[in-house]
Design a protein around this ligand. Structure first.
Ligand code: FAD
Length: 442
């Protein structure tokens, strides 16, 4: 592969990982991020925001040598803990294999470990507080802004890892034939906290992802190593049970007493957090092509942001880096072909994940509490246990393997068809036996 001067826009999870991989492949990399260096910030007064990492993310982190460090600082979540309105708890494991756990990881700690990995590579230069304001994608020429001053720089290739509202993607949108679609949910999210007990222990089961499913909305909570939980409330943007509904401390408490009564006692700062913390939006981005010749490419959320309900956005973004490096390695010096191979192969799987993530919102907020859902999950897990090569639940394939997303969905659909046929045949046999026995007896 020829040695290139690469500009990576964004020092988030995707940008840092990709920069490290490009540097390891021998290229000179400059990273620009509009934010300050995370390591120099007072991180939101210690408020913890976490995410669930699984197989795809850890596999990618392993390739830059930091998977074990991240794993050792994470809290394993073995299953879902559903909280009913009457306080009843139902626990359901994610899989039959003890290794099938999600890891709750502090997002800032993860990003900082990745920034340290970047700093450990001499052929990467980082620039913080520098915003990309424009890009000529044909020439790989960037316009950067620092303190209201703009400068221009030219590279061999510019890679946009600058998130769902990507400026690199905006520049690509000006090129001919670029398709773009963004879909906002009518629900937003707000982060809240369940603090630890005074002795630092957890107030609720730490090795679970807690869900308060309420049909049209839900709250979830993921554990942090310091004994706290980060809760995320997913609510309609409008309506009485929604972000438009309450604006006084008393009204917040009353609404939570009605919706999540067992959580209220766990959240002493609920009203204050609710009224102060911002509401985030939930967007799906679909676009193509993700590249222009060998001079510009987007990946991660910039190319395919998804809603967070399958816990796969960051995992998929990190897996992008693995797949891109494989495509480039196969194509040698032909970067245009390497970009095309990566983008063409990955796009159907990114679209499949977008659909899965949207569908899983309905499943998490509505179905996870139902007896039928719990029964079907148990049946599928049992089938996987007795015939692991023949039957693998969709959730297992998505979360605990690197099966490409659309392939996992296709296989799960096939398995479901066989399951329905087997159930129908079993029902017919049972009916036949009952009828035969009845005839013999009469
Ligand atoms: P980002 O994290 O958005 O990083 C983009 C970077 O680019 C930022 O540092 C930004 O400052 C910088 N930047 C932006 N514009 C510019 C510019 N013009 N110039 C310079 N720099 C710029 N995923 C999971 O896998 N598991 C989860 O449990 C999970 N939970 C989630 C919960 C919520 C509520 C949300 C909203 C998302 C969740 N995700 C989860 C998804 C995950 O957060 C994203 O997929 C991931 O952050 C994408 O990383 P990225 O580096 O591509 O983009």
């Amino acid at each position: 592969m020829d040695k290139r001067r690469i500009c990576v826009v964004g020092a988030g999870l995707t940008g840092t990982l990709l920069a490290a991989r490009m540097a390891d492949a021998g290229h000179d990399v400059e990273i620009y991020d509009r934010r300050a260096d995370l390591r120099r910030l007072d991180l939101d007064g210690g408020r913890s925001i976490n995410l669930a990492l699984s197989a795809r993310g850890f596999d990618a982190l392993d390739r830059i040598g930091i998977a074990d460090e991240i794993r050792s600082a994470a809290v394993p979540m073995r299953g879902r803990m559903m909280h009913a309105v009457d306080g009843d708890l139902t626990f359901q494991r994610y899989g039959t294999d003890p290794a099938h756990v999600l890891m709750s990881v502090n997002r800032d700690d993860l990003n900082i470990a990745m920034l340290n990995a970047v700093d450990a590579r001499p052929n990467i230069t980082t620039h913080y507080g520098v915003k990309l304001v424009d890009l000529d994608p044909d020439k790989a020429e960037v316009t950067l802004e620092v303190d209201d001053e703009t400068t221009m720089s030219r590279f061999d290739t510019v890679i946009g890892a600058d998130g769902a509202y990507s400026a690199v993607r905006r520049a690509l949108q000006r090129s001919q034939g670029f398709d773009f679609e963004q879909e906002f949910l009518e629900h937003g999210y707000k982060e809240l906290t369940i603090p630890p007990n005074p002795d630092g222990s957890y107030q609720i089961e730490p090795h679970a992802l807690h869900i308060w499913p309420r049909g049209t909305h839900m709250m979830i909570a993921l554990p942090n190593p310091n004994g706290s939980f980060t809760c995320t409330l997913f609510w309609p943007l409008q309506g009485e049970v929604g972000f438009g509904g309450v604006d006084t401390p008393e009204a917040v408490i009353a609404l939570f007493e009605e919706q999540f009564p067992d959580a209220v006692a766990l959240m002493p700062d609920l009203a204050q957090d609710y009224l102060n913390n911002p509401v985030g939006s939930l967007v799906t981005i679909r676009c193509a092509p993700w590249y222009l010749g060998d001079t510009a490419l987007i990946l991660g959320d910039a190319a395919h942001a998804v809603v967070p309900f399958y816990g796969q956005g960051a995992n998929a973004a990190m897996e992008d880096c693995t797949l891109l490096m494989e495509s480039l390695a196969q194509r040698g010096d032909d970067w245009t072909a390497g970009f095309a191979d990566f983008a063409d192969a990955r796009k159907p799987h990114a679209d499949a994940l977008a659909g899965l993530a949207l569908a899983n919102y309905v499943e998490m907020r509505d179905h996870v509490g139902s007896r039928r859902f719990l029964f079907m999950v148990r049946v599928k897990q049992w089938l996987h246990k007795v015939a692991p090569d023949t039957f693998t639940p969709l959730y297992t394939m998505i979360t605990f393997t690197r099966t490409p997303y659309a392939d996992a969905i296709a296989r799960a659909e096939r398995q479901d068809r066989y399951l329905h046929i087997a159930a129908a045949v079993t029902a017919l046999v049972v009916i036949g036996v009952v009828v035969a026995v009845g005839m013999v007896l009469t």
